[in-house]
Design a protein around this ligand. Structure first.
Ligand code: TPP
Ligand code: MG
Length: 165
């Protein structure tokens, strides 16, 4: 149960992919006077996508912002050795906005600043269905805490895992 005094609820780096959308649904139902948003990884979004049907059916005005790196990015940070096979933690470029539209949501792939017009239209519209924003995300520009922690642990133990056989 979410306290009436809570205005903002954040689940950050829980290592529980697919948890975010369900949590956002609870928050949206608890605070119908607010515009809730959920920031999700593409992997977690795909793992928990069945809940998008719930959001559409309940007509929740939820904004879902997706970090699209075509990967289980947190896992990619474990694959530091060039010999490690990253193909098991990455997936092909996928039109996630189209998949969201298939569920009945408004799906927008933001690749240029003009693409934000569709976001503006949704904000100004009836908001009777969720908005899913697919945004590209490049790990090359991220000094991820998970990656630093993982690398540090591995260097201290002197080990390496997930090598290609
Ligand atoms: C049920 C479950 N499956 C797998 C994992 C391992 N895991 C942790 S983070 C993660 C990647 C999530 O990918 P994504 O949602 O795209 O976020 P990114 O790290 O790419 O930003 C995975 C597979 C987990 N913690 N729990
Ligand atoms: Mg990802």
């Amino acid at each position: 149960m979410v306290s009436a005094s809570i205005r903002f609820r954040a689940l950050v780096a829980t290592s529980a992919p697919a948890n975010g959308l369900a949590s956002a649904i609870g928050t949206a139902l608890a605070k119908p006077d607010r515009l809730p948003d959920a920031a999700l990884g593409d992997g977690g979004f795909l793992m928990g996508i069945s809940e998008l049907e719930t959001v559409v059916r309940l007509k929740l005005p939820l904004v879902i912002v997706m970090y699209n790196d075509s990967a289980y990015g947190a896992e990619v940070h474990h694959f530091t050795d060039p010999e490690m096979d990253r193909s098991i933690v990455t997936f092909p470029e996928t039109d996630l906005a189209a998949i969201a539209r298939g569920y009945g949501a408004e799906g927008v792939a933001v690749r240029t600043s003009e693409d934000f017009n569709a976001v503006r239209n949704w904000v100004d519209g009836s908001r009777d269905r969720p908005l899913v924003i697919d945004g590209p995300f490049d790990h090359a520009h991220l000094d991820c805490r998970v990656g630093r922690t993982t690398r540090g642990r591995r260097e201290r133990s002197g080990g390496s895992r997930n090598r290609r056989m």
